[in-house]
Design a binder for this molecule. Structure first.
Ligand code: SF4
Length: 365
């Protein structure tokens, strides 16, 4: 395995990163893969080709209209697990309701969950509000610009921190999300069958190495756009790809007939075409349905446990109350619902309170 990994590792020499002179200058850097790989192309050629394509073909997405760090944060959280076309209208509505970090921090959690309703993965909304509260408490209501500081915020990982740093603050920061990883892997390593040779460390290192100086945000967005619209996980549209002539996977496909993508059924744990049915009966499915049902209530109102069961499950039976209580208990632990018990009846509601703990740190960072 180790020998194979080394054989698949693209070698970039001699200079790494930065926007290089145009190819005509003769100072171009070449990407050379270890045998039997062919030359992949030139760094400058790749950068110029992709950025020129992006200038003409970039997707018009609402979060790209403003470099406001808070807007970037909201968009990045919404885009986790949710596609851009679904996020776009919700993003605008969310910012209208909570236009600043302070507005989000001081809102009730119930209001935030109502605004999030339908996007799924409701824990993201809680994390977003937790970040807003921390920003108000420790950073005077602003998001820090440095990656290490951003990563200290609750729920902010390396990708989100780098995205905020490059998109909002113009920092020279590479990002690696699922789309970027796939595009870089295919460009520099080859077809998906060799994906195991392209782990986290290599992906981040390569992303940093090919980052053009001064256009990090555009470059990151361009890679995302290629990954989302052309170099998709299933059936990449190589003939329409601006990078076709520079792509290792395309070379492998044309020269050896190796498929670029991996059939879903060949991936461990993936049962082609069966995911929706499996999800429909899962605990996550019912957690989502419970939160959604509660967002339909008037603010401040709750619903008895037994009635909640009937709302979220058509054939809900009395013996399932214990199961439902367990699901609700998990939601309460995560801060997504409130549970009150009075006269032997359990009532579930959204957590309306929760603003009292937001106060600026007297010594903000
Ligand atoms: S040529 Fe094909 S595999 Fe290569 S980056 Fe473009 S779409 Fe992806």
């Amino acid at each position: 395995m180790e020998a194979e990994e080394q054989a698949q590792t693209p070698v970039i020499a001699p200079q790494q990163g930065g926007l290089l002179p145009p190819p005509a200058s003769g100072a171009a850097v070449r990407f050379t893969a270890v045998a039997p790989k062919p030359r992949l192309g030139q760094a400058t050629e790749l950068q110029h080709t992709l950025l020129a394509w992006y200038d003409w073909h970039k997707r018009d997405l609402p979060w790209r209209h403003s470099p406001d760090p808070y807007a970037v944060l909201v968009s990045e959280f919404m885009l986790q697990q949710t596609q851009a076309d679904r996020v776009a209208p919700r993003f605008l509505a969310f910012l209208e309701q909570f236009p600043t970090l302070e507005a989000l921090a001081t809102a009730s959690t119930a209001a935030v969950l109502r605004a999030w309703s339908g996007l799924g993965y409701n824990v993201r909304a809680l994390r977003l509000q937790a970040i807003a509260r921390e920003a108000v408490r420790s950073y005077a209501g602003r998001l820090p610009a440095e990656i290490d500081e951003l990563m200290r915020l609750p729920g902010v990982g390396r990708y989100t921190a780098a995205a905020i740093a490059s998109f909002a603050y113009g920092r020279q920061a590479a990002t690696v999300d699922t789309n970027i990883r796939r595009v870089l892997r295919r460009l520099f390593v080859g077809v998906d069958a060799v994906a195991a040779a392209f782990g986290d460390a290599k992906a981040w290192q390569l992303a940093a190495d090919v980052l053009p100086l001064g256009r990090a945000a555009d470059w990151n967005q361009a890679l995302m756009d290629v990954g989302a619209t052309i170099c998709t996980a299933r059936q990449p549209a190589c003939p329409y790809c601006p990078l076709e002539a520079l792509c290792q996977a395309r070379h492998d496909q044309l020269s050896g007939g190796t498929p670029i993508d991996t059939p879903a059924s060949a991936k461990p744990g993936v049962v082609s075409g069966r995911q929706p049915e499996r999800f429909a009966g899962s605990s996550r499915y019912y957690r989502g349905r419970i939160v959604r049902a509660l967002t339909q209530l008037e603010p401040g109102h709750g619903v008895p446990l037994a009635r909640l069961g009937q709302q979220i499950k058509e054939d809900f039976a009395g013996y399932e109350t214990t199961w439902l209580a367990g699901v609700v208990e998990g939601l309460a632990r995560d801060g997504l619902v409130s549970v009150q018990e009075a006269d032997g009846e359990v009532t579930v509601s959204l957590p309306e309170a929760g603003v009292s703990d937001v106060s600026p740190d007297p010594n903000p960072a």
